[in-house]
Design a protein around this ligand. Sequence first.
Ligand code: FE2
Ligand code: FE2
Length: 305
Amino acid sequence: MRSLLSDSMLSTLDRYKPNAAEDLFSDDVQQRLARWNRQRLAPRLPDRDRAKSIRDDAEMLQLQDRFIEALRREVAGRVADAPPDPRCFVSWFESLKDHGPGQNDPLFAWFEHEASLEEMRWYLRQEAAGEAGFDDLTAYTQVKMPERIKLELARNYWDEMGRGNAKAMHGPMLQRLVDALELAPAIENTVGESLALANGMTAMATCRDLAWHALGALGAIELTAPGRSAAVAAGLKRLGVTARDRLYFDLHAVLDVKHSAAWNAEALAPAVAEDPNRARAIAEGALMRLTCGARCFERYRRELW
Ligand SMILES: [Fe+2]
Ligand SMILES: [Fe+2]
């Protein structure tokens, strides 16, 4: 029977499981979404069969949508607390730093003081494979944004680009650590929770009806990264990783404090002032990102402890 089907029909049937209770957070679903994102976002020459690409994309977009809707349902209870007044909203948003999902996870004190180099390498491999690229997510998010918000995203993006200096670009900076520790990250060896974080961020940044969600999710990264980065940087130092190789984490422990303050004042507050309905979307995006993070920490603890 299989030999009668074309390759494209087979790949479609492989993906379509009408009666299976779909676990949208499974390693399998998230690896499929991650492979699709890697392939569809890569610059390339025209596809050989563009009609087929469109059909395949439509199917994967539906899978992505079911995943996003599941995440939205998961955070719905907490989203209702987000106030629509811009100043109150920013205070609420900043409180996620202490009280958001996954905050103060004991994993990071463990990385700082106890993890072995092998355990640290496992963690960094997961994180590197699940890295969606803050620079590209910001670039997607800023399209057609109001002027003041766009300028803040541009300033942040310029920092990601090392302000024009290749050696100071954040992506390659992380890559230097990946190379130094010989991590060889790969989708196939990465847990679904880590890929779900990247897939969720990519969905929010590339779907324009989730643009305000993306603004919130990226703001949540800036808000919560410094504490985690400082712990990982201290752990890497304890394990003898050189200052040059651990620069990505040393830098984000400090720089993202500034990025977060600027993002909240120049992107989130004006967005909500212009339309209070956006408060809910921004809050939802932030909580979706933090929930994905919390799921990662839980899985990492299961694997490492
Ligand atoms: Fe960065
Ligand atoms: Fe940043």
